[in-house]
Design a protein around this ligand. Sequence first.
Ligand code: IVH
Length: 693
Amino acid sequence: MSNQNSDLLESYNTLVDTLNSYAKAYYVDDEPLVPDAEYDRLYNELLVLEQAHPEIVREDSPSKRIGATALTAFESAPHRVPLMSMGDIFNDSELIDFNTRLVDLLGVDKIEYCAEPKLDGLAVSLIYKHGVLVRGATRGDGYVGEDITENVKTIKAIPLKLTGDNIPSYLDVRGEVIMTRDGFEKWNENARLNGGKVFANPRNAAAGSLRQLDPKVTAKRPLSFYAYYVGECEGYTLPDDQYHCLLELKKFSIPVNPNIRCVMGLNGLQEFYKDILSRRGELNYDIDGVVLKVNSLKSQSSLGFTAKVPRWAIAYKFPPEEMMTKLLDVEFQVGRTGAITPVAKLDPVYVGGATVQSATLHNADEIERLGIKIGDTVIVRRAGDVIPQVSGVVVSKRDGTQKDIVFPTHCPVCGSDIEKVEGEAVSRCSGGLVCQAQLKQSIIHFVSRDAMDLEGFGDRIVEELVNSGKIKSVADLYSLSVSDLASTVLDKGSEERKTRLLGEVTAKKLIASIDKSRVVPLNRFIYALGIREVGASTARTLAMNFDSIGDLIKADYQTLLSLPDVGPVVARHICDFFLEKHNLMVIDRLVKHDDGFLFSAGIELTSIKQSSNRASAPLLGQTFVITGTLSSMDRNEAKNKLLALGAKVSSSVSKKTTALICGEAPGSKYTKALELSVRVILEDEFLKMLETL
Ligand code: IVH
């Protein structure tokens, strides 16, 4: 072999080994070594090398995961050792029975258990011969499944080749293929916007993805895997209990859930159940309970199986995150920008830890996709901190009384035409601020904390002020008198109750908060205007680049497009907003004029442009996410402090996040940050950082 060739081979081997070790660190050790972008960069390097030298491609190269051609049908895959199902229990007294039964059968005082989360995905068996993945199969009827080898190979968490010097000659490992919640939400969001396949829940998503005849389709789905059981192992001596068997699998690069525990007796089981249930929402995958297994393999075999299920294991189910209920009606809500959102009014149902009585149906396309009718029995899903969704319709429960949902052609509030832009999923009321719903929402936005921060102006007060005709635009807020406000009705009386008015004391407080807002930084004012797609962070960018609102109004499309974070859609919305005469009139009535324009509210806009340099915006270009409860300030204050230093604050953790600011009892963002190896800053460090900056 020439020197050049051996160099090439060496760098190729290093590349494959490095990529495989990164995948192991991510999926098995739960300790990512590099950001995803670095993995992607090396992976591309690998593809280039392999294309130029196909003769050197290794069987365990990550590129081997995709490539097989589509099948016409799945082959059947018999299981040498059947994949058993499990008995399930739902409450503490059944748990006590389970433990007592086993204590009696084994004739011991206390049993050691291996306690595991019950993953809600699809069971698979993976066979490794001399360390090479040779078959992946579904459970099927437990005895014969389907051969899905090419599909499981596309799942990055599943090693194509086991690692370690000493490996079994034959290994049949069982586990669950899952779709992460993040992956599921992102997938559906994208599918709803671009017309792809929307999944009802991560379990269906995982199952549907694995049953694709074309592995290229499976490869695009965000799937993962955790092993939970060894079916057969030859040529290697595994430890003699379930817990250590699973740990041993990690040595071979097979991922095992980090939340498995060894626990003692009934108490241990009860504590484990409570702990996992309380952390269920934080996990990035669905679980539907815990699985409790007698730890000792010897005890397992002495207990054996009943006709159908093992005596040594039980699934202790959690209250469901999906429930059936009735769709009573559909309301059409009008948002600030006129977007019409159908909202399902449901027969109240307790699901995922809360009572749900309404859920968004997103848009007309979603109604059509679900094929949902009023009076239908529907499935409501509420998992983690995600808002409740209608995930499906139980068509078999129809009795002929169901009625079609008619999407309105006219705004239910103002009667203006509803328009649908070609290629967009959203329908909008064309009424603009003539529409009371849009007017109310735009005022609610204008007074909100990150906008003009008119403290005390709750939604109810705004609604009443609009209903009574006291305000017809945000500018009218500034000409309200104490008596206008004091006489505002808060609660219409009845025969027994007197009508409740806002009263003078509150009215005076509101006037004070209006006065306080007469000097405001330009960015907050821009945000308050409610231009479509202009959130707090874009408003800040605009304010950093224009001295005054007048300069922004004059800016043309090209100038706007040249700003960071401003794309063609946002630039178009900004231009359109300022082309609207009504908007210019309102701005004119709000801001202070040098010529002392008599009818102006006299709002003084302070420029933040000077702070765009590095010294006063030291966090420019950095993105933060905040989670949990901070003890020294609320999340909004923390956010404003970061924004003031030039940072962006986002609501979800991604690869682009600079750091996660983490308070007490953090949510799923914390898990996500760890997964993506995003830096986590605790409150103490955050305070120090603010001080230094
Ligand atoms: S052990 C002999 N462990 O639950 C026992 N199963 O009813 C073999 N499942 O469809 C199963 N998480 O896919 C086991 N930690 C876990 C599990 C688990 C989820 C699923 C499994 C099967 C069902 C059994």
